[in-house]
Design a protein around this ligand. Structure first.
Ligand code: SAM
Length: 317
């Protein structure tokens, strides 16, 4: 059951379980000072495995659009995302023809073809004897199926999504206000990038910050002088990522929402996270004396977030 007020709005200081697209409609108009969240990134996590790229775009554009009415005039919507996506695309031409470094037998297709030209009558067993490899190697090289993942593997398309998010936010009525870069640990173990390719290791994410037109009061007293110079006025934040944990597969570190909340809201303000996961934004809001509201699709994560909030005597991550 969803906890609601008398006028059917979602209650604050609660984690609500359901789809953000449905529940955002139940938030009181112009009640949220800051909405900060990290959506599914479309990278194959368990909670997004049934989404197509089109579904994913529909989800994000709809959620962004629903924010306009609930954010206070002069308030902010901030989205944390690793803005380079990689996903299988059956229409994409093949990038890798021949994975040289991964070949156990360093016989190339060209060598086999040359041996064939020199010995047109040889079958593949004779070619194998000649080149000192197995008959299967000859067969694979000639059929050109020694590509990564097998010859039927679909290529991975890489796409920047920052522009899409900016477009959806502008269509909703927001203006881009700022963006920050969160430098985390290189994801050697988890990334797709450490694999056999020339691509770099994914080691930073963006926070795109959008502003809803209205009066924004500037209070430099929200942070101390050192805080402003160390991170408040800095666009690049170095914050270690949360090491893989068994409770949530994509938790962000508490320090990330803490900084966002300290800069973009005042004590007593309402902070929303509609992709709440394990409840990190709610914890940060509580610690900073803000009200919070969380929405999470999966009951097991909503329960985890509630438990973390209930036991929040000290920050846990
Ligand atoms: C990147 S994770 C957020 C992690 C969170 N920041 C934390 O520190 O734990 C995205 C979360 O959004 C949830 N989610 C996915 N689709 C959703 C939807 N349509 N509505 C609400 N939550 C959704 C997923 O279950 C997942 O927990």
């Amino acid at each position: 059951m969803i906890a609601q007020t008398k006028n059917n709005c979602l209650k604050d200081n609660e984690i609500h379980c359901g789809d953000a697209r449905d529940l955002l409609k139940l938030i009181q108009a112009e009640s949220v000072a800051l909405s900060f969240w990290s959506p599914p990134y479309f990278v194959g996590k368990s909670y997004e495995k049934n989404l197509t790229f089109e579904d994913w775009k529909d989800l994000l554009s709809e959620v962004i659009d629903s924010h306009f009415s609930i954010i206070k005039p002069g308030g902010f919507l901030a989205i944390n995302i690793a803005d380079i996506l990689a996903f299988p695309d059956p229409d994409m031409p093949r990038i890798q023809a021949d994975n040289i470094s991964n070949k156990k037998v360093k016989i190339t297709r060209e060598q086999v073809q040359e041996a064939q030209r020199n010995h047109p009558s040889f079958n593949r067993y004779q070619l194998a004897d000649l080149l000192g490899c197995s008959e299967q190697t000859i067969d694979r090289r000639l059929k050109n199926n020694n590509v990564r993942g097998g010859k039927y593997a679909v290529q991975r398309k890489v796409k920047i999504v920052g522009g899409l998010i900016e477009e959806w936010a502008e269509e909703a009525g927001f203006y881009l206000y700022d963006r920050r870069v969160w430098v985390k640990d290189p994801c050697w173990e988890n990334g797709q990038w450490h694999s056999l390719s020339y691509r770099s290791v994914d080691e930073f994410e963006y926070i795109y910050i959008f502003w809803k037109p209205g009066i924004t009061s500037i209070d430099r007293g929200r942070l101390g002088k050192e805080e402003w110079s160390e991170w408040g006025s800095r666009s690049v934040w170095h914050i270690p990522s949360v090491r893989a944990n068994i409770k949530h597969e994509a938790q962000f570190p508490l320090e990330l929402p803490r900084r966002m909340i300290r800069i973009f809201s005042s004590p007593g303000d309402m902070v929303l996270d509609c992709f709440m996961g394990s409840g990190t934004t709610a914890l940060a809001a509580m610690n900073e004396g803000r009200r919070y509201m969380g929405i999470e699709l999966l009951p097991r994560y909503a329960e985890l977030a509630r438990k973390r909030c209930a036991g929040n005597h000290l920050p846990t991550a």
